[in-house]
Design a binder for this molecule. Sequence first.
Ligand SMILES: Cc1cc2nc3c(=O)[nH]c(=O)nc-3n(C[C@H](O)[C@H](O)[C@H](O)COP(=O)(O)OP(=O)(O)OC[C@H]3O[C@@H](n4cnc5c(N)ncnc54)[C@H](O)[C@@H]3O)c2cc1C
Length: 567
Amino acid sequence: MKAKIKVALVGGGPSALFVYKRLVERGRDDIVVEIFERKDSLGQGMPYSLEGANLEHITNVSSNELPDLVVPLADWVRALPRETLDHYGLRADSFGQSKVLPRLLFGQYLQAQFEALTDQASAIGLETAVHFGSVVTDIRDEPDRGQVAVQVDGAYDRVFDRVVICTGHNWPKTRENDVPGYYDSPYPPAKLARTHNHPVALRGSSLTAIDAIRTLARANGSFHRRSPHGLVYRAADGSEDFKIVMHSRSGLLPCVRFHLDDPQVSDDGLLGRQDLQRARRENGGFVPLDLIFEQDFKKPLEGKDPELYQRIKTMSLEQFVEAAMERRENSDPFALFKAECDEAIASLARKESIAWKEALAILSYALNSPAKHFCAEDMLRLKSVLMPLISIVIALVPQGSSEELIALHEAGRLELVTVGSESKVNIGAAGEIEYSYGESSRTFETFVDCVGQPHLNLDAFPFPSLVRQKVVRQARLTFRSAESALRHREKDPQSVQQDDDGSFHLLVPGLSINDSFQPEDWRRRPHRRIFVMAVPYIGGHNPDYSGLDFCADASARIVEALSAQDS
Ligand SMILES: Cc1cc2nc3c(=O)[nH]c(=O)nc-3n(C[C@H](O)[C@H](O)[C@H](O)COP(=O)(O)OP(=O)(O)OC[C@H]3O[C@@H](n4cnc5c(N)ncnc54)[C@H](O)[C@@H]3O)c2cc1C
């Protein structure tokens, strides 16, 4: 009898859930899956457990935007016991496809889906072992035996044929443990849920900042409904001086959730794998960013918003971003935010998308796979030109959160400060937290870094043997021209590398991966046995890893590659 292939899933959050689902769907009765999870439940991961949410935190996707799992979310919610629904303030009869959900409850849904899949797996003969409370402390490649050793709680006690690293989010602590009032992230949110009778500084103004705002606002006051689309905020006794001061580079707020025509962000009609391969053959091995902009952004708009298409069809990427940003930069951010809330409410009521915003979300998703084949020059353009716009437009604020932001601002408890690209936080001799930017500086008692999941480098990768063995390597992209490499090296010497053959490369965050999420060496040869879908460590080659759509897509590619190896 042929021995079964042993597959380890390291981490048991949403990424592992989708990999497991793909294996079950393929009917793989020739493999044994072992799942190692640090905590005592599967599926919830970080954002949908107490590590990343309190009762007040909601998902930014609704039932109809979710990739398929076992039971549709709306059906699962409607079948919940009354006490659970009451606890989360939901009503089964009014819960529809377009509703977002408390994140903690959504975590329970994901957990239930994992359990349902383990039942399906055992029915088809796919053996599964789940190890709860098991921290994987290192992973070591064993090339001689063609296997990978997984160290659990400090002991190498298991070897596998394939390992998928699904360890997810990581916010390294820089000053949080040493400086009272300084928080490297708002997670776990319970740490912020206390009286702050003073201005609290947040760095960032996007979804991570909104998580912090929802917790801080409730701990220091309460919201009251005054109209169907309006709230008022009242500070609690003892929090008279409470205020939140958001700081962001551009002084802009993110966009508000609207109706999506294509809620699951499919890549239908976009450039496919063969198109991208052809593009690389025709462009010296690179996928041009301009091609993606033309084909995956402008072209879909031609049918969806012909009038807009006529206006932008001859614009370059730079011209389009400038035009889109101009309106935002010339408006008061809260006035614009209110106007966008009204536009979003109308879009949802009429079930009509806002075509350019949806197209931009699709573009952001579509960039992920080709980004690792960009030349360095295009990656620098992506980061400096397109990403600032994408980060505002695709971070869609749920209606409930947007009402709260407006109420806090109207109550004089929330402001937004533009700091440009050069802001810094200094800690004074007495532990005071000084936020400085341009000519200004201000001292805060409490500071919460809300810039979102940072892109981490190899020094933060949790499995040191793989770094030492050079199984994982720093991601980089090749410069098309030596002149632009030298120009960039003048500005940022550490980020440019020159090889013996004279070629120049831009170092980008995290590790080098191929389209199937296998780590690569510098000649871009993939490692057979290991797959990495832990989002913080692949940000250079996979810049938009927004959420569950990523989990669904990456898991499909991983399981396809894994299955191709075995056939
Ligand atoms: C605050 C927040 C809110 C979000 N909200 C949404 C949303 O509403 N909609 C959406 O689509 N996306 C959202 N996202 C995106 C989110 O990234 C993904 O939905 C998802 O969490 C990614 O899953 P993961 O399994 O890769 O990582 P994680 O969720 O971080 O899960 C990793 C799992 O691995 C375990 N683990 C880690 N290290 C080890 C180890 N060494 N040994 C054993 N186990 C380990 C952890 O305990 C955890 O269970 C949100 C992200 C954040 C941070």
